[in-house]
Design a binder for this molecule. Structure first.
Ligand SMILES: NC(=O)c1ccc[n+]([C@@H]2O[C@H](COP(=O)([O-])OP(=O)(O)OC[C@H]3O[C@@H](n4cnc5c(N)ncnc54)[C@H](OP(=O)(O)O)[C@@H]3O)[C@@H](O)[C@H]2O)c1
Length: 225
């Protein structure tokens, strides 16, 4: 698969290297093409670096790691993104002292999708810190670390689920893109636990499905009044 990265920061670099190691064709874009070329040199595996426009043209899948700035501002033309899968890992800024305000009426992912209506936006990879990617793949598989994924486009979601699975994660289908409101709140929560409650960057949130109880010795679930 051809994967273009918009931005060369922590998330782009980490995921790009992991997917290049799995045999995907990776191109990093940056405001500074030399920076992108340096990342490609570090990564090896025939990866490439250049401008954000080049990365957007290159990829069938585009990883968008620029927080709060729309593709229509970052790219010279959003036509590069038509029909493509856009992976959005962004979380909102952490407020001073983790004093978050009300839940978002609209997620960053939905705002992104509104800017690029001809692309297929997927929310993914926003609920774990960069350090977790450094563990890929074996400990992630052993510990069944969830990547929560939502999108309005089933094919795009499936692509993201396969890419997550290839690097050791347990992909969890979270329904339509609207669920990004919940996933971004989950991103707020895990960062609070990591930084605010000092659990450190290897703390993650995963879904565990337990075996059914053999006996309902507590009376079982009764209709709620
Ligand atoms: N780091 C984590 O552990 C983590 C985990 C989960 C989610 N996230 C979320 O993922 C997103 C990226 O995080 P990160 O840690 O990768 O951030 P980062 O290292 O600061 O990278 C951000 C990228 O955005 C680009 N950028 C910044 N300002 C820009 C502008 N004005 N115009 C165009 N591009 C710009 C930069 O690319 P160039 O300088 O190459 O142009 C840079 O590569 C954030 O929303 C963050 O909340 C981060």
């Amino acid at each position: 698969m051809k994967i273009g990265f918009i931005g060369t920061g922590n998330m782009s670099r980490s995921l790009g290297i992991l997917w290049a190691e799995r045999g995907h064709n990776v191109f990093w874009g940056s405001r500074d093409p030399n920076k992108a070329k340096s990342v490609a040199e570090l990564a090896g595996h025939k990866t490439q670096g250049g401008t954000n426009d080049e990365a957007a043209e290159f990829g069938d899948v585009i990883f968008y790691s620029v927080r709060g700035i729309k593709p229509s501002v970052v790219l010279s033309s959003i036509d590069h993104l038509t029909g493509k899968v856009i992976l959005d890992c962004n979380n909102r800024d952490i407020p001073e002292g983790f004093t978050y305000g009300p839940l978002m009426a609209e997620s960053l992912a939905e705002k992104l999708a509104a800017d690029i209506p001809k692309a297929h936006v997927v929310k993914a990879f926003n609920t774990m810190a960069q350090e977790v990617f450094e563990l890929s793949p074996q400990p992630l598989t052993e510990h069944q670390v969830s990547v929560y994924i939502c999108s309005d486009h089933p094919g795009a979601k499936q692509t993201a689920m396969v890419l997550a699975g290839e690097i050791g994660f347990n992909p969890v289908d979270c329904g339509p893109l609207r669920s990004a409101r919940l996933l971004e709140s989950l991103g707020d929560f895990i960062r609070f636990m990591i930084g605010g409650m000092n659990l450190g960057p290897y703390a993650t949130i995963s879904v565990k499905i337990l075996p059914d109880a053999l006996q309902q010795r507590l009376g079982g679930r009764q209709p709620s009044s």
